[in-house]
Design a protein around this ligand. Structure first.
Ligand SMILES: Nc1ncnc2c1ncn2[C@@H]1O[C@H](COP(=O)(O)OP(=O)(O)O)[C@@H](O)[C@H]1O
Ligand SMILES: [Mg+2]
Length: 351
């Protein structure tokens, strides 16, 4: 008998990209991309500028048509279907609102196009405005009077009022200042959870991606390097590119790796290839001994303290090793001090 719990855990695929190639003339922007996105998922395309995130999102929404491969939504081939047949809501970096209309008119626009009755439109605008925390006084204002953050809220309201099956957001927070970005990020996550809407999010900001996403696809130069949860991508990066892009990292070479191998021989820990670079996250470099770790002697070159954390730059056999420590009441190390660092080979990534 099937476990009843499995009913609740069933994963339903909403979006599927199969062997997708997208060209601009002779230029291949996306080469053979394969991806599935599940119902209710917050899924992020992450990567540096120009790597093909927007191009892929636009193929999903129907703004450009792949030169090869298929786009499926709910198992239906929509590769060449027009935008309006796909039930997708879009939010862009540039809010793309109608500047001469009021907030209300902007949000109601799509429903008016669909010739919905005025009282029904009013009911739905009020409902969405409440969800997105737009006050009734704001509804009567002209959009051009509002700040960037407020305008982006309205763009979001305009997208979700259509009750799309999929919400696509292309760098929606990139035009906003840091503080506002973090505030809106939290709200976006809350809203997505409340609506339980499958969401595709594009960003070049790794912290934003880590914070928001159920899963992330890391793009590089027209292809996907890795798909995984934020945890997997950070702790088990599939390539040097991902490892470097997703967070701060130490590079360890030759002599240090041999020394770690020597000290941890017979402990059952990972054997390192001293001929390749090893990568280890800063917080995995410890300043107190722990089982399975090798100890390395080094000299503190720099120290930065921000109240919660202390960051050290330590010279180990001529290599600079960064490490981060939480404030636990102990005295911090001093510049010039000789210290021991401890690393477990299992946390060293090699590609
Ligand atoms: N309309 C276009 N015509 C020609 N090349 C384009 C066009 N749009 C994007 N590109 C190119 O395709 C690549 C991917 O672009 P894009 O998808 O916008 O990247 P991202 O969103 O990741 O910054 C880039 O090299 C870009 O220059
Ligand atoms: Mg883009």
């Amino acid at each position: 008998m099937a476990c009843p719990i499995s009913l609740f855990c069933e994963v339903i695929i909403v979006i599927e990209l199969k062997n997708v190639e997208i060209r601009y003339g002779d230029f291949v922007a996306i080469d053979n991309l394969n991806l599935t996105i599940n119902e209710g998922e917050f899924f992020t395309f992450l990567g540096p500028s120009g790597c093909g995130k927007t191009t892929t999102l636009r193929a999903l929404a129907g703004f450009n048509i792949p030169s090869r491969g298929q786009v499926l939504i709910d198992g239906r081939d929509v590769t060449e279907a027009p935008v309006e047949k796909r039930q997708i809501g879009m939010v862009f970096q540039s809010y793309a609102l109608f500047p001469t209309m009021t907030v209300y008119e902007n949000i109601a626009f799509g429903l008016r196009v669909r010739k919905m009755k005025a009282d029904e439109i009013k009911r739905r605008v009020d409902e969405v405005a409440e969800k997105i925390r737009i006050s009734s006084a704001q509804l009567d204002r002209n959009v051009s009077e509002l700040s960037g953050g407020q305008q982006q809220r309205i763009a979001l309201a305009r997208a979700i009022i259509q009750e799309p099956k999929i919400l696509c957001l292309d760098e929606p927070l990139s035009n906003l200042d840091a503080k506002l970005r973090i505030g809106l990020r939290g709200e976006l996550k809350r809203l997505q959870r409340d609506l339980n809407i499958t969401t595709l999010y594009v960003t070049h900001d790794q912290e934003e991606a880590m914070n928001l996403s159920d899963r992330i696809a890391v793009f590089n130069n027209g292809y996907i390097e890795q798909v995984g949860t934020p945890y997997e991508i950070y702790n088990n990066s599939a390539s040097e590119f991902v490892c470097d892009f997703i967070g701060d990292i130490n590079r360890l070479d030759g002599g240090i790796l041999e020394e770690i191998n020597r000290q941890t021989a017979g402990t059952g820990g990972k054997r390192l290839d001293a001929g390749k670079t090893g990568f280890i996250r800063l917080e995995r470099v410890l300043s107190e001994p722990k089982e399975g770790c090798a100890g390395l002697t080094g000299t503190v070159e720099e120290l930065e303290y921000d109240g919660m954390l202390a960051r050290y730059l330590v010279n180990v056999c001529g290599q600079q090793v960064k490490c981060v420590e939480k404030n636990d009441g102990r005295a911090f190390f001093k510049r010039g001090q000789e210290i021991r660092l401890y690393v477990n080979p299992d946390y060293i990534m090699q590609f």
